[in-house]
Structures are given as C-alpha cells and as structure tokens.
Design a protein around this ligand. Structure first.
Ligand SMILES: Cc1cc2nc3c(=O)[nH]c(=O)nc-3n(C[C@H](O)[C@H](O)[C@H](O)COP(=O)(O)OP(=O)(O)OC[C@H]3O[C@@H](n4cnc5c(N)ncnc54)[C@H](O)[C@@H]3O)c2cc1C
Length: 382
C-alpha cells in the first residue's frame, strides 16, 4: 500500500516528496514532464528570496524557516542552491512595496537599511531611484537556483525511497468522502493510496475543477540582456537582487549577472496579467513583450537596455489576494492541496514541503497557514 501519492513534482511536489520520504512514508510521485522541466512555473535559472516581505509580515516566520531548510538541503547534498547577494526594494515611501517591506522588517527585527535616492544610486549605480524615492536594503536577500533546488529535492526523495515517475500525467483522481483512501489514474496504470497531495501548479484549475477555486493562470516573460557598458557593474559581488515599484501594480525585478560573461543579466516584470492556460499559453516571445521591458529598463536600468540574448515564458497561478492555497480539501480529508502560489512561491518551496508533510502525517502543521485556507474564497464548493 502506498501512503501518499504526489501529483506534480515541481517546486512544491518535489519538496513534499523529500519531506515525506525522509519521514519514512511510502511515497509515489507522478509528474507530467521530466525532472526540473521548463513548461511550468519553476524554470529560468533564478528566483528571488527575501525576508522583509512587503506582501504580509505573516510570511516572515515561514521565510526564516525556508532559509533554514534550503541551507540544510545544501549541506545534505553538498550543492550550491542559495546565493545571498543582498536585495534592494525601490519605490516611493508610500508605495506598498516600501511600506510593506519596512513593516515586515520592523515587526520581525530583520536587519535592514532605508536608503535615500542618492544613496541607492551611489551603492548600486545601474539602478535609477527618482528624487523622493527610497530603497529598502536587506542584506539577507538573494536568489535560488530553481532547477537545481528541484533536482536536489527529488534526489533526496529518491534517496529516502520515494518512487518517482516522470512523463506520467495523471488523468483523474477520486477519494472517499470520509477517511483515507484515494485512487489515481494515469495513462499507464491505476494507483491506490491512503493520501493524495495535489501540487500541480498551473494545472491545478484542471485537477481541482470541482472546487471552483478562483485560480487564474497568467503568462509571464523573462528576459536576458547584454548590458550596454559591460557586465562588471552587474557582478554579484556588487549588484543585488532588486524590486522596483511603478505607478501601476507592476514591479520590475531582476538579478545580478549569474550566467557568466556572455550569459547576460536577467530581468522581468512581476504582475503581467495576460490570462492563459497551460495548453493555450503563447510560448513565443513577441515584439510587444520586448518593447514593454525596454520601456521599463529605459526608466529604471538604462545600463541593462542592450542586446536581447534570450527570453522565455513561464506561468503564474494567481489567487485574488495573491496568498497561497495550502490546506486540506474541504470534502476529502485524504487530499491536501498546494496551489495558487501567485508568482512568489518558489522561495518558500522548502518550507511548503514541510507544511504538506505535516498536514499529511498529523493533520496539522506547526506553521501558521491561516492565510492560505480555501475558506477565504467563499466559493460554493470550497
Ligand atoms: C517568471 C516567473 C518568475 C518568478 N519569480 C519568482 C521569484 O523570484 N521568487 C519566488 O519566490 N517565486 C517566483 N515565482 C513563482 C514560483 O516560481 C512559483 O510560485 C512556483 O514555482 C510554483 O511551484 P509549483 O510547484 O506550484 O508549480 P510547478 O513547479 O510548475 O510544478 C507543478 C508540476 O505539476 C506537474 N503537473 C501538472 N499537472 C500534472 C498532472 N496531471 N500529472 C502529473 N503532473 C502534473 C507539472 O508538470 C509541474 O511539474 C516566479 C514564477 C515565474 C513564472
């Protein structure tokens, strides 16, 4: 008998597989594609990690634990997954990006500095802070290598005995109204287990259709450009990860140069709202995508507005309040859901794995996940 089936071995599913297998559970993982593939939400070489969380101070204890678990994974696997470069959030002192980051930093006594616009320009010359804007600098911020994180979570899961199947999409699942017991069907076979975790990223609206969760999948584009004056000002020993507020709800964000001299420097816009599905997403990068990033770079980071080296699409799965959905299924106690990571979940994948493992084995978790309950949506089925 299988204890737990995990559907989707991306960021969250691979973390849950690792955590559950390490606890001695018999785990079967089912993944539609290959390990650390580029068709979901977890590719592109880098993900920002930070703690002075503008989104909500309730995330800070979770983030502190996320760092601990990433660092533990690095030690256990002797790999390099998390690089601390410092991070700067730039915007008007009244912008949610700045007020929220300062609030989280103060409430949780996180090391931080508030810089005026001249100090931002002095310390990070490629970044333009307008008169009156400020920068919230957080020394603990940095970035993760997402594909490598997933590979290592999978390798740890396999090391502890998880049975991982790739290129085996699940077609349907059923569960008993009360108690344990689930049946999962793929094109290859039918599996029975005591419990099920659905961590299928942008495919969650399909696998959880009966719940009518308000999940919206959106198309996002990442760009790698060759800096105009050379790569030196963007080297990670002098240039941080950054988020820049704008008058709209878009945030321009990016990374130092992490792919060597000819790899370019990655930048993207958080908040593009072109709705798609995993089947309908336009994976080609359009001239209008490039024009939009160039316009934003011209205002904020002209030194990066050089030749475009490559661009890739990716998907967010948004909830209306941009908080996650991590909870038991309202009707089936054997089913646990991890969905709606709203474009900011990767940094917490390590700790989401711990939450899921605890929910499955104990029915509760040490982490405060009230923010992530399906109950907040008041949809008829959820
Ligand atoms: C461009 C971009 C930039 C981002 N930047 C950041 C950032 O800087 N910091 C940050 O913290 N977060 C960031 N995020 C968000 C973060 O990457 C996501 O929240 C996170 O990766 C979501 O993980 P997931 O496990 O839900 O999805 P995924 O990692 O996509 O995993 C879902 C998996 O389920 C599989 N699957 C789906 N359906 C089935 C099925 N029927 N059967 C079997 N398998 C199935 C899929 O193939 C996939 O592998 C970014 C996201 C994007 C797109």
């Amino acid at each position: 008998m299988i204890d737990v089936i995990i559907v989707g071995l991306g960021a969250m599913g691979s973390a849950a597989a690792h955590q559950l297998a390490q606890r001695g559970k018999r785990v079967v993982g089912l993944e539609r594609f290959t390990p650390a593939h580029d068709k979901g939400s977890s590719h592109g070489g880098s993900r920002v990690i930070r703690q002075a969380y503008f989104e909500d101070p309730a995330y800070v204890p979770i983030l502190i634990r996320a760092y601990e678990l990433w660092e533990r994974l690095e030690r256990d696997t002797k790999t390099d997954l998390l690089r601390v470069t410092g991070g700067v959030m730039i915007g008007s002192p009244k912008s949610p990006l700045i007020t929220g980051s300062i609030r989280s930093a103060r409430e949780h006594q996180l090391p931080h500095e508030v810089l005026d616009c001249r100090e931002v320009r002095r310390r990070f010359p490629p970044l333009i802070a307008a008169a009156g804007e400020v920068g919230l600098y957080e020394s603990r911020a940095g970035y993760l290598l997402p594909e490598e994180c997933i590979r290592q979570q999978l390798s740890q899961a396999a090391r502890y005995g998880a049975d991982l199947h790739f290129e085996e999409p699940i077609e349907s699942w059923t569960a008993h109204e009360r108690g344990e017991g689930v049946t999962v069907t793929t094109g290859k076979r039918t599996y029975q287990a005591q419990q099920l975790i659905i961590s299928s990223g942008a495919w969650a609206p399909q696998l959880l259709a009966d719940l009518e969760l308000p999940l919206v999948v959106t198309r996002q584009v990442m760009f790698w450009l060759d800096p105009v004056g050379g790569i030196e000002p963007f080297l990670p020993d002098r240039f941080p990860v950054y988020l820049c507020a704008s008058e709209h709800r878009y945030i321009l964000y990016g990374f130092p140069s992490i792919d060597g001299k000819n790899g370019g420097v990655k930048v993207a816009i958080h908040g593009s709202d072109e709705v798609c599905t995993p089947d309908s997403i336009d994976r080609e990068v359009r001239e209008t995508d490039v024009a939009e990033i160039r316009a934003r770079l011209a205002a904020r980071l002209p030194a990066l507005n050089g030749p475009l080296l490559k661009a890739r699409t990716c998907m967010y799965t948004m909830t209306p309040d941009e908080n996650f959905v991590i909870c038991k299924h309202p009707r089936y106690s054997a089913v646990t859901i991890a969905a709606g990571f709203s474009g900011h979940g990767f940094k917490m994948a390590s700790v989401v794995g711990e939450m899921l493992a605890e929910l499955v084995t104990k029915g509760t978790t040490r982490h405060n996940i009230e923010l992530f309950s399906h109950r907040r949506f008041n949809t008829p089925q959820a």
